[in-house]
Design a protein around this ligand. Sequence first.
Ligand code: CMC
Length: 424
Amino acid sequence: MSEKAKIILQGKEHEFDVIVGSEGERAIDVRQLRDQTGHITLDAGYANSGVGTSEITYLDGENGILRYRGYPIEQLAEKSIFVDVAYLLIYGKLPNSAELTEFRRGLTYHSMIHEGMRHFFEGYPSGAHPMAILSAMVCSLSAYYPDCLDPNSDVDMHITRVLSKVRTIAAFAYKHSIGQPIMYPRNDLNYCANFLHMMFAVPAEEYKPDPLVVKALNMLLILHADHEQNCSTSTVRMVGSSNANLYASISAGILALWGPLHGGANQAVIEMLERIRDSGGDYKKFMQGVKDKKERLMGFGHRVYKNFDPRATLLRKMADELFPHLGIKDPLLDIAKELEQIALADGYFIERKLYPNVDFYSGIVYRALGIPTNMFTVMFAIGRMPGWIAHWREMHHDPGRRIGRPRQIYTGAVTRDYVPIENR
Ligand code: CMC
């Protein structure tokens, strides 16, 4: 017999099923709660609420575990490439060689954007934040591929398009912001090398991406690729639950990611480190400000990780390999390591279980790759694309799917009569 949870409300006992996940996670199934009891649950920030079940990503924040479709993030980061991981997340299995070849072929041959879209870039001011451009452009893809409005259209084709074109859009936005000619994608380059080419090549000379830089980019994108029900993924699911098309749903996810408490933190970390450096490098004073709640240590803390974020550990290791190879010495990396040491030994951070998250080191690594600060969150968005797509697709395959529509407890004025303007 399955386990039950009992809730006593106004003297009456109600029973609800307990659902147990494949890794032993437990939930009380309250789908009948309101019908049975007239009550709802209140859960600010959804910290105790599950949107449903998912087979995509397992995250154990207490033990610093992250697995995509069962595969540990450490193994994927070390042994795999981003395109392989994207297929895994979206389609649920590691592709065999024929499947990978076909998937790659699709990504290669759908990398260009409609020439009409190029003019959009010219309309933006050069200082426009690339996240604004990325979100608008991804949504605009739905205008160029209007069959996406038909739920029976070829979803795999839309998936290929958005996954491929997001790189082109991101790189074109960057080229426009610095006044350089855009570089079209090249079919002889793989996913990451092609993106680096569009970002850093110029028509005047050949550009050969450094293999270690390509490897580092693959790893960064893999680390970003999914993180179960985070703010942006929940947004994609919420928007998609109304049957909005894939491009519109992803565009909404990009906007949710932009905020500094989410993906925007990687830009905020660098700005914080620069501020500390420019004010003489007094990190002790800065840390006191954090403890006095005048500052927030960006790149620290996580809703789910309460031990360590495995992605931060991998990134720190990668920085140690990459920096000597590129001959880079970045004082911001030293400041970051110093802040981490202070925080890990300080009662304020220990008590609250605050550890470096993925964004603490990702910006420093992106900087070393030559990516400008305002493009960091765009990089996160490119990486998160397979996760958003996988969740959107999983939700659409769920026969029990319903439109996302939370409830509330109203605490405003009770009914009262309208007051004409002359009596107010
Ligand atoms: N610096 C200083 N204090 C912090 C921080 C921080 N970065 N994060 C949390 N706290 C404190 C917070 O003030 C609170 O203290 P108290 O109990 O005294 O009120 C306590 O720790 C709990 O914090 P919370 O805000 O209730 O935690 P949350 O789970 O709601 O927020 C978070 C999680 C990631 C938004 C938060 O830790 C934060 O703002 N971190 C900095 C921004 C950041 O790095 N975001 C990227 C997250 S990882 C990438 C991604 O997946 O988005």
